[in-house]
Design a protein around this ligand. Sequence first.
Ligand SMILES: *[C@@H]1O[C@H](CO)[C@@H](O)[C@H](O)[C@H]1NC(C)=O
Ligand SMILES: *[C@@H]1O[C@H](CO)[C@@H](O)[C@H](O)[C@H]1NC(C)=O
Length: 395
Amino acid sequence: MAVCKQYCFSLVFMTFLYVTCTLAANAQYNVESYGAKPDGKTDSTKAFMAAWTAACASTSPATINVPSGRFLLGSAITFGGQTCKSKAIRFEIDGTIVAPSDYNVIGKADNWIKFVRVSGVSIVGGTLDAKGAALWSCKSSSKSCPDGAGTLAFYNSNNVVIDGLSSQNSQKFHIRIESCHNAKLQGVKVSAAGNSPNTDGIHVQSSTGVTILNSHIGTGDDCISIGPGNSNLWIENIACGPGHGISIGSLGWKEQEAGVQNVTVKTATFTGTQNGLRIKTWARPSNGFVKNVVFQHAVMSNVKHPIIIDQNYCPNNQNCPHQGSGVKISNIKYKDIHGTSATQVAMTFECSKTQPCRGITLDDVNLTYKNHPAQASCSNAGGTSSGSVTPASCL
Ligand SMILES: *[C@@H]1O[C@H](CO)[C@@H](O)[C@H](O)[C@H]1NC(C)=O
Ligand SMILES: *[C@@H]1O[C@H](CO)[C@@H](O)[C@H](O)[C@H]1NC(C)=O
C-alpha cells in the first residue's frame, strides 16, 4: 500500500515536472510587455522589434504574442533571422496590425513587414491592414505617387508557415514568398478591391516546396502569381475572385531566367475573374521554361479567360515586343475544368512562334458561354485531348 502511494506520488510529481518543463521550454514574448499599445495609433514598431530580438535569442521554441486590438506598425520593418538561436519562432496574432494612414510613410519600401533569412517561423492568425486604398486612388489620378510596399514578404527563408492570416488592402502584393525552401500557407484570406492595381494575393518566386491550401483570395491582380524559378509548388482548394486568376508568369522578360516546373493546382473556383488558369510570357528571347504543370478540378463562374496561355503578354499594350517568346512551354495538363465563360473564347492557346507549346493535354473540359458551347483558339499549340472536351480542342 505504502509502496503504491509513493509510486503514485512520484508519478504525479514527475508529470508536474514534465508539464512545468514543457511550458518553460516554450518561451512567451508578449509585444505589450515591450511597450506595444493596442490603440491603433501608438507606433509599436520598436516593441515588435524588441520582442523579435528576445525571441530570436531564445535557445528554445519561442512564441511572440500579439493580443487583440489594433497595433500600428508605423514604418517598414525587417525581421532578420541570420543570427537567431531559436529554430522555431511563432507569431501568434489575435489582433490587427495596421499601417500608417499616410501611404507615403511606407510607400517607398519594398515591403512593409519583411522576414529575411529566417528558419522555422510561423505566423498564426491575425489581420494585416495596409490601408492601401488611398494609394490606389492616387495611382488612378494623374498625381505622382510612390510605387507602394508589399504587405508581408519572406526572403531566403526555410520552413515557413502562414496559417489563418488575413491580409487586406495592401498597397501592392499582399504576400510574397521569394527564394524560400518549404513554405506552407493555409487558411489565408486576402481581400482588396477588384480594381486595385498590382495587389497580387500570394506571389511565389525562386522557391521550392511551397504549398498553398484552403485560401480565399479576392483582389485587383493575380490571386496567386507564380514567378520564375519555382519548382514543386502545390496549390489546393482556392477560391479566387475578384482578381486576375492563378497565373504562372509573367515570365521571359529576361533573357536568362530560371524555369518553372512541377506545379499542381487542384480544386479551385474562379468567380468573375479576368482569368482562370493562366500562363503568360513576354514575346522576347529567353531561356526560361514552364513544364510539368497539372491544372485539375476547377470551376469557372463568369470568367473572361478560363483557360489561357498567352505568350504575347503585354498588359498595357505599349512598346510591346514582337520577337516570339523564348519560354518553352511543355507538358501542361488540364483535367476536369467546368463552368461558364464571360467571353466567347474560353480556351486560348496563343503560343510562341519560335517555341511552340508542346504536350498540352485536355481531359474532361466543359466551358460554356451564354448557355452555348464556348470557342477555342490555338496558335502554335500542340497536344492531345481525351474524354469529353467542350469547346472542341483546337490543338
Ligand atoms: C512535385 O512536387 C511535389 C510537391 O508539390 C512533390 O511531392 C513531388 O515529389 C515533386 N515531383 C517531382 C518529380 O519532383
Ligand atoms: C456542359 O455543361 C452544360 C451546362 O452545365 C451542359 O448543359 C452540357 O450538357 C455540358 N456538356 C457536356 C458535353 O457535358
